[in-house]
Design a protein around this ligand. Structure first.
Ligand SMILES: [Zn+2]
Length: 402
């Protein structure tokens, strides 16, 4: 199975040239870059990307299955990632996503979206890179309340992730770390600019974000890229939020429909005034109330510049729900399963390469499992089933990691 995956990645993802020349920055390397890259991707794929685990992999009989000639140590992996070229690695992710579209990976999707989201990863003891943020535990007052002062208990790292969403294939496109003094919003604007430029015009039709993105600079940036925006409306836009609540609450819904057994009611109006600084002529606001079978209710407000003539309330609801797809399948998957949160080697370039290769692996696993293996009418393999086959094909035991 690992051989089939390698053959798929080589032949069907547009990455052949990248695999041969991934941007090796070492002087006089002994171990070929290609071997190091395959070993890293395989280690991430079987969800054990610590560099000593990479070493264990290539010192085991699994090396043969991977087509790697000779073993190497974790220090070689560390040195390789310290010097691997970041733009080349980013370009590989873009190539994989563009190739997925070219191979009709999104053909059953009416609208392709981009999703921006931030997360915190990689806890460390001390400051070693420009993206280290101190983890501060506030001191308690005599009354047991949190005081304004605290002490630093370690460091962690913050990232903005850009993903493509639509159909069964949420795929990470790029990510951008940000240090103290920077912000998720600024990092997201940079990754959006870079991602849209790299994906090419008209790849996606809209961009999704949470309440953090409900501000004029972000909405204008989306518009400048030819994208519609759909962002969560919360109390951080008090005037618009109050106007929408006043309009919708206490009035019957404009529509009702079913979503996987849940009852969904929607309120939708496209004639709200823009706030000062927003250059939209009007703002459309959608409110939905989703009642689960057990009686629990989820309610949310969203704002958008999608035209009500072109995109129905129900479609808008479905697109907004894509936000949670990315929450579950973007960061959660890459953090809990693929080791995005680990710090294999606390060095700026190495860490950024680690993050990028984790999301590249996740993209390549999804394309392989959901598109390549899943041809025909049989249901796709679950991630866990495929993981077990990968581990067995490497001659490794298959622990149940859930
Ligand atoms: Zn750091």
């Amino acid at each position: 199975m690992i051989r089939r995956w390698q053959a798929f990645v080589t032949r069907h993802t547009g990455l052949r040239a990248y695999l041969d020349a991934p941007g090796d920055g070492r002087r006089a390397p002994v171990v070929p870059a290609r071997a190091l890259l395959w070993a890293l991707l395989a280690a991430y794929l079987v969800r054990d990307g610590a560099f000593h685990a990479v070493e264990a992999l290539v010192r085991s009989p699994a090396r043969r299955a991977l087509g790697i000639r000779r073993p190497f140590g974790d220090d070689t992996v560390a040195y390789f990632t310290e010097r691997l070229d970041v733009p080349t690695t980013r370009a590989a992710l873009i190539t994989a996503v563009r190739q997925a579209k070219r191979r009709k990976g999104f053909d059953d999707v009416v609208r392709i979206g981009l999703v921006l989201d931030g997360t915190t990863v990689g806890r460390c003891a001390s400051v070693r890179c420009p993206w280290c943020h101190p983890i501060i535990v506030p001191h308690l007052t005599e009354a047991g309340e949190r005081s304004a002062v605290g002490h630093v208990v370690g460091q962690h790292h913050k990232l903005s992730l850009l993903s493509v969403v639509g159909g069964v294939l949420p795929l990470p496109v790029d990510l951008e770390p940000y240090g103290p003094g920077d912000s998720e919003l600024a990092a997201s604007l940079r990754v959006l600019d870079r991602g849209v430029a790299a994906l090419g015009p008209r790849f996606a039709q809209y961009v999704l974000g949470d309440g953090l993105y409900a501000n004029a600079p972000f909405l204008h940036a989306a518009g400048d890229h030819g994208l519609r925006a759909l962002v969560r409306l919360k109390a951080n836009l008090p005037t618009l939020f109050a106007a929408a609540q006043a309009r919708f609450e206490g009035t019957p819904p404009g529509g009702t429909f079913e979503d996987h057994g849940d009852r969904v009611e929607v309120w939708d109006a496209d004639d709200f005034d823009p706030w000062e600084g927003l250059r939209w002529p009007t703002v459309r606001v959608l409110r939905y109330r989703q009642t689960h079978a057990d009686g629990t209710v989820v309610e949310a407000y969203w704002l958008t510049d999608f035209s009500a003539h072109r995109v129905s309330s129900q479609t808008l609801y479905r697109l907004a729900k894509g936000r949670w797809t990315i929450e579950n399948q973007g960061f959660n998957d890459s953090k809990t399963r693929y080791g995005l949160s680990h710090v294999p080697h606390h060095h700026a370039n190495s860490l950024l390469i680690h993050w990028l290769l984790v999301v590249l692996t996740l993209t390549l696993e999804r394309l392989f499992r959901l598109r390549y293996l899943h041809r025909g009418t049989h249901p796709p393999l679950a991630a866990m089933q495929l993981l077990r086959r990968f581990r067995l094909s490497l001659g490794q035991p298959a622990p149940e990691t859930g």
